[in-house]
Design a protein around this ligand. Structure first.
Ligand code: FAD
Length: 459
């Protein structure tokens, strides 16, 4: 972009425009995954919805390339484009809770931490993801699952309305009655349809929860999965537990003898508290002699921040996902093999439950296309050292290739990683793809919003 173009864009905005010559540029373009190293021509730090409208209008009418940056957690670095203009929503951070109506208005650049902090003061919460540093924007538009999904559904199941800047720079508030097709598409269709400057969510009671971790040596992965695959779906919806293969971190609360050993286990959350979780585990028939069993009461935001220090911004990430409706003995065997071969301490595989309340929403009520899935799986090769990038990538891809035949065929859109086969977006949306492409044609016929897991406009 030349100087006069930049000046013209800057004149229309309240927030600053950062270019490669500005001191804050490198900080602004650094995202969660350190494998991503993209250099936009300019980052527009939008101060309000008016800035977003002006920026979209300017970018489109000058034929420039556009990306939208929320919390920056996308593994593929979708919030940035080399040489393009990035609309950076990070200044949009407000949350307004209406405790009487049990709703919250959440600005489009918030992280989960800000949402949880604001709502927890009222003993309320939105079901979102399991890490507080994730952006609400990308997470909610992809669907959003976490500890409260079995109890209260996906994040999109609590979405009441969204303020959206469309591809022509205009502004709408979409809900069940207004721009209802757009509202349908926003609930799972990702960032394809516009820039959401504010979300309004229904809130649910959640306060101090029971948090648990049960671990066994990784050699017992098959046995643990054979128990977990039945125990989890039968557990009350107040409880959730995601399965993981992991390396035990070298510090408290873990006893020294299991530090840095590989393990298979479950991270639990029970909205009725620690005693309810303890009783559930006692009655669950879980494998004997876990190497670690921990149950404690915890304020919900503390649970949400539990992994923040362990996996901070700036690590190398290579990931792939798939949905599962069952865990066969053959799949358990794959988990056992690749769990034992994890290449680095932070590499991991998680199976997040997406049943319970999420199953009670009609399959065509939102763009989320896997209401019949029980787990959303993610394999993450993770390490601070760039020298291990090839090793974490190879482990992740090999694991995924062996596990994929035991999956439902598609993955959660927010778990599509780098260098994935071209058909992955269609596999994510299954029978909803054609309707999404039609909504895309109506709202973004020129595919202005293409820096995402892209749905091409219907022709
Ligand atoms: P960004 O990289 O900023 O954006 C991702 C995409 O969303 C881009 O296409 C961007 O253009 C678009 N976008 C973002 N905000 C907006 C907006 N306001 N309007 C329009 N488009 C927008 N997901 C879960 O559901 N549950 C989890 O528990 C979970 N855990 C995670 C843990 C880690 C460590 C990581 C890295 C990711 C996790 N995710 C989880 C995946 C997460 O939902 C996605 O990475 C999501 O894209 C993050 O959103 P973001 O705004 O931070 O990302």
């Amino acid at each position: 972009m030349d100087g006069p173009t930049l000046e013209a864009m800057g004149a229309a905005l309240r927030g600053p425009v950062l270019t490669p010559d500005d001191p804050g540029y490198d900080q602004a373009r650094s995202v969660y995954n350190a494998m991503v190293d993209k250099r936009p021509a300019a980052l527009v730090r939008c101060a309000d919805a008016a800035d977003v409208m002006a920026a979209v209008d300017f970018v489109r009418s000058n034929g420039l390339d556009l990306a939208v940056l929320g919390g920056g957690h996308s593994a593929a670095g979708l919030g940035l484009l080399d040489d393009g203009v990035t609309i950076d929503l990070s200044p949009l951070r407000g949350v307004r809770v209406d405790p009487a109506a049990r709703t919250a208005q959440v600005a489009g650049g918030c992280t989960l931490r800000e949402v949880d902090h604001a709502t927890h003061a009222f003993g309320l919460g939105v079901p979102t993801g399991v890490m507080s540093t994730t952006g609400i924007g990308g997470l909610a538009l992809g669907g959003g699952h976490g500890h409260l999904t079995r109890r209260y559904g996906l994040t999109v199941d609590s979405l009441l309305s969204a303020d959206v800047v469309l591809a022509d720079g205009s502004f709408v508030t979409a809900d069940e009655e207004h721009d209802s097709d757009l509202f349908w598409a926003l609930r799972g269709g990702g960032g394809n349809f516009g820039v959401v400057t504010s979300f309004t969510f229904r809130l649910h009671p959640v306060d101090t929860v029971g948090v648990g971790l049960t671990l066994w040596p990784v050699e017992r992965t098959r046995e643990v999965l054979q128990w977990y695959r039945n125990a989890l779906p039968q557990a009350p919806e107040e409880a959730s537990g995601f399965f993981a293969v992991l390396t035990v971190p070298p510090g408290p609360p873990f006893p020294g003898e299991i530090h840095l050993t590989k393990a298979a286990g479950v991270v639990w959350c029970h909205t009725e508290g620690a005693e309810a979780l303890d009783s559930l585990l006692d009655a669950s028939g879980m494998p004997a002699d876990p190497s670690f069993r921990f149950v404690a009461p915890m304020p919900y935001p503390m649970l949400q921040g539990m992994f923040d220090e362990l996996i901070p911004r700036g690590l190398q990430w290579y990931w792939r996902g798939d949905f599962f409706d069952r865990i066969s003995d053959e799949a358990a065997e794959v988990h056992a093999r690749f769990g034992a071969a994890m290449p680095t301490m932070l590499s991991t595989m998680h199976l997040y439950p997406v049943d319970g309340a999420a199953h009670r929403v009609a399959p065509d009520a939102t763009a989320w296309s896997y209401r019949d899935a029980v787990w959303s799986g993610i394999i993450g090769g993770v390490d601070p050292d760039q020298a291990n990038a090839a090793a974490i990538k190879k482990w992740c891809v090999d694991y995924w290739q062996e596990l994929h035949p035991h999956s439902m065929g598609g993955s959660y859109v927010n778990f599509i990683g780098q260098e994935e086969p071209a058909d992955r977006v269609r596999a994510t949306y299954r029978g909803h793809y054609a309707r999404l492409a039609e909504v895309k044609r109506r709202y973004d016929p020129d595919n202005v919003f293409h820096a995402n897991q892209n749905i091409e406009p219907a022709s």
